[in-house]
Unconditional design. Structure first.
Length: 104
């Protein structure tokens, strides 16, 4: 039986530009291959900047890796997008994460 990562990679082979598939694969890689997750989230931020869910996860990964300046930048951009997309819950989550690292 194929693993979740194998399944997602197969789906991506069929549709390599699907932001949901890229995001899902990034989430799968966070724990065991954070560099690959970081690469996928970076690709999403560049190629699909309107995919709002990416901002939280990308910033959280940067925080865990100690890249606080990158995390702050990503969160700031995500807050602007969340406001534009009228997503108050996401704005709150992004702001809360940003406040947690604001003084660091």
């Amino acid at each position: 039986m194929a693993t979740r990562i194998e399944q997602l990679r197969a789906f991506l082979a069929e549709d390599p530009h699907d932001p949901f598939l890229l995001y899902s694969l990034g989430l799968e890689y966070v724990a065991e291959q954070p560099s690959e997750a970081d690469r996928l989230f970076g690709e999403l931020l560049e190629c699909h900047p309107d995919y709002l869910a990416t901002y939280y996860q990308a910033a959280l990964l940067k925080i865990h890796r100690g890249d606080l300046d990158d995390a702050k930048n990503i969160l700031g951009r995500g807050l602007v997008l969340a406001q534009q997309q009228r997503q108050p819950k996401t704005m709150h989550e992004l702001r809360h994460l940003l406040e947690g690292i604001a003084d660091e």
